[in-house]
Design a binder for this molecule. Structure first.
Ligand code: G2I
Length: 464
């Protein structure tokens, strides 16, 4: 695909309209209904994010702040993904380069980009033995423990209300068959460092899902058994944990395990979400495509597998670029692995990007209320996450807006898959470019997080 074909979501919408206008002018107004059909068919399940959303899942990618000025990169990001993970920008060395002095510049750029484009953010990572600033590497004992608690508190508070899931602790278990914790300066502060990090994160940002994230835990083995035992213990003792991240870095020496789905399922059965957090698979062609498809199908088969994130966009963006492990080649073209992933998300078939010509008479959507909205809530003391389901009426939608009335003192802090106008009182949430067009009866979901008392009224919905 040429870079000129890679527009941001806003432009993609303009492009559809422009194409519609050209076709309409060429064949006359009689074809208006056909144009509508073309535009509508092109909106369903044709990108990773929309196809995943139809299965109530997200599809994300790691993002590097210094690539946000690359138009090809941003074009793919905005078109295909609805979740971003800062690849390095939220790590300890990036956010607290000197003790007590926090720098959020690059991470804020990524979060800002996500918010502007209706994407959510996976925070990565609050406490990790690697990528520590030099000053932390030189600490130990109670001084390091206090520094870790302060770091978790400060960073999670800075991003409070803006993070879907935090990797609170990353890679704390040893490789091999020992089933032991990894030795590190953090581990040497005491075995309870992990639960202390989780409790601290919960206090700082009660709305974020809190995850433990690791690699080589993708199948059942000594390491994943050890994580499983820790998570079971946390659930039994009420240590706050909501999700386990499976990094899923695969290659020929470490292929997708045969029991990948079963392993995801056994963790889900503990009563938490599972997420595929850093997916990349070295290889090429059909073999690579099949591996991506099997990972995607495994997630879809586990109801609490809530989303998949790949670890970069183009092969050349990868931390191991020579293994060409991603879904887009260095020029931003879709690889076979992309198509296989999209097909898997769509349940085996990708909808056509254009509908066959039709002689149906033109239909004009009636103005006014062509959609309905329903609200579901997850609440805690002082805050909530609201999920709003928008369903198109018999005419479908070209765009929609849901209006939510908030109680006095309540404020929206963050929204995804929609753009809000205002944050208090009567708040309007309009569609973003990739989810405005719904066929008759089709639904889409957006969400927002707020502080204060949750709304209780059913949102109103208007379609255009
Ligand atoms: O190693 C792959 C991933 C394993 N799981 C945790 C992830 O956080 C980790 O990501 C990688 C990044 O993709 C790399 O980009 O973490 C590496 C460091 O552990 C990152 O590499 C670092 C280089 O080591 C630095 O020299 C470089 O300055 O990337 C930095 C920014 O490009």
């Amino acid at each position: 695909m040429s870079s000129s074909a890679l527009h941001d979501r806003g432009n993609a919408r303009v492009r559809t309209g422009r194409r519609a206008a050209l076709v309409s002018a060429a064949v006359g107004t009689v074809a208006a209904g056909m144009v509508l059909a073309l535009a509508t068919a092109a909106s369903a399940g044709t990108t990773l994010a929309t196809a995943a959303a139809e299965k109530s899942r997200y599809f994300g990618t790691a993002v590097a702040a210094n690539k946000l000025s690359d138009s090809t990169y941003v074009g793919i990001l905005n078109r295909e993904f609805d979740m971003v993970t800062p690849e390095n920008e939220m790590k300890w060395d990036a956010t607290e380069p000197s003790q007590g002095q926090f720098n959020y510049t690059n991470a804020d750029r990524i979060v800002g980009h996500a918010q502007t484009n209706g994407m959510r953010v996976r925070g990565h990572a609050l406490a990790w033995h690697s990528q520590q600033p030099g000053w932390a590497q030189n600490l130990s004992g109670s001084a390091l423990r206090a520094a870790m608690v302060n770091h978790v508190t400060q960073v999670a508070t800075h991003y409070r209300g803006k993070i879907h899931s935090w990797d609170v602790v990353n890679e704390a278990f040893a490789d091999g068959g020992s089933g032991a914790r990894r030795d590190s300066n953090l581990q040497r502060t005491g075995n309870d460092w992990i639960e202390v990090a989780f409790r601290t994160a919960r206090t700082a940002d009660p709305g974020a899902k809190l995850c433990y994230n690791d690699y080589n835990t993708d199948g059942q083995n000594a390491k994943s058994n050890a994580v499983y035992a820790m998570v079971s213990d946390f659930k039994a003792r009420g240590v706050p944990i909501d999700c386990v991240g499976f990094q899923s870095h695969f290659n020929s020496a470490s292929p997708v395990p045969a029991d990948y789905q079963a392993n995801l399922q056994r963790f889900a059965n503990l009563g938490l979400d599972v997420q595929i957090t850093e997916l990349d698979i070295e290889g090429s062609g059909t073999a690579q495509a099949n591996s991506f498809a099997s990972v995607t199908k495994a997630c879809l088969a586990v109801s609490r597998c809530t989303g998949i994130s790949v670890w970069g966009i183009r092969d050349t963006d990868s931390w191991r670029a020579s293994g060409t492990p991603l879904l887009f080649d260095g020029n931003g073209n879709k690889k076979a692995a992309y198509t296989a992933t999209l097909d898997a998300l769509n349940g085996g078939t990708t909808p056509p990007t254009s509908a066959p010509p039709t002689t149906a008479p033109p239909t004009t959507p009636p103005p006014g209320t062509g959609c309905t909205a329903s609200l579901s809530l997850q609440t805690w003391t002082g805050g909530f996450v609201a999920t709003v389901r928008v369903t198109a009426g018999s005419a479908g939608t070209n765009g929609w807006a849901a209006t939510v009335t908030l109680p006095a003192g309540t404020a929206v802090t963050n929204a995804w898959n929609a753009q809000n106008s205002g944050s208090t009182g009567t708040v309007r949430f309009g569609n973003v470019a990739y989810n405005g067009q719904l066929t008759a009866g089709q639904s889409t979901e957006f969400g927002f997080q707020g502080t204060g008392t949750p709304p209780s009224d059913t949102p109103s919905c208007t379609a255009s």
